[in-house]
Ligand binder design. Structure first.
Ligand code: DGP
Length: 115
């Protein structure tokens, strides 16, 4: 159950996180193990384990995750320079926490493909 992940607990305010943005649908907080000068995770308050578990009813919510990522990029001052906003899915995607999240990475040039 993704309610029981660490991100579910962060979304519910049960454990602390360095929150940089929140609204009624999403919470954005700094990654504990940053892979770039700024690395923020944007999660829905609704517990959805992976992108595979999202349905048509979640289409707007997924859009909101990415719009929140763009807002944080603006807030952090690297929107114009550019950034990456990605979702990892399951084992081959490198997903380790099963509560849907967008990684927002910025603050330096990022390699592509990521490997
Ligand atoms: P992924 O591998 O896509 O599931 O990304 C999970 C990310 O979550 C990873 O970059 C490290 C981060 N992370 C794991 N546990 C915590 C935590 O307790 N707090 C925060 N802020 N980040 C965490």
């Amino acid at each position: 159950m993704s309610e029981d992940t660490i991100f579910g607990k962060i979304a519910r305010g049960e454990i602390p996180a360095d929150i940089v943005y929140e609204d009624e649908d999403v919470v954005a907080f700094r990654d504990l193990h940053p892979q770039a000068p700024t690395h923020v995770l944007v999660i829905p308050r609704k517990p959805i384990p992976t992108l595979n578990d999202a349905g048509n009813q979640d289409a707007e919510l997924i859009g909101r995750l990415f719009l929140a990522a763009a807002k944080v990029a603006e807030q952090e001052g690297f929107a114009e320079d550019g950034y990456r906003a990605v979702i990892n899915c399951n084992a081959n995607g490198g997903q380790t926490v099963f509560h849907l999240h967008v990684h927002l990475l910025g603050g330096r040039p990022l390699q592509w493909p990521p490997g």
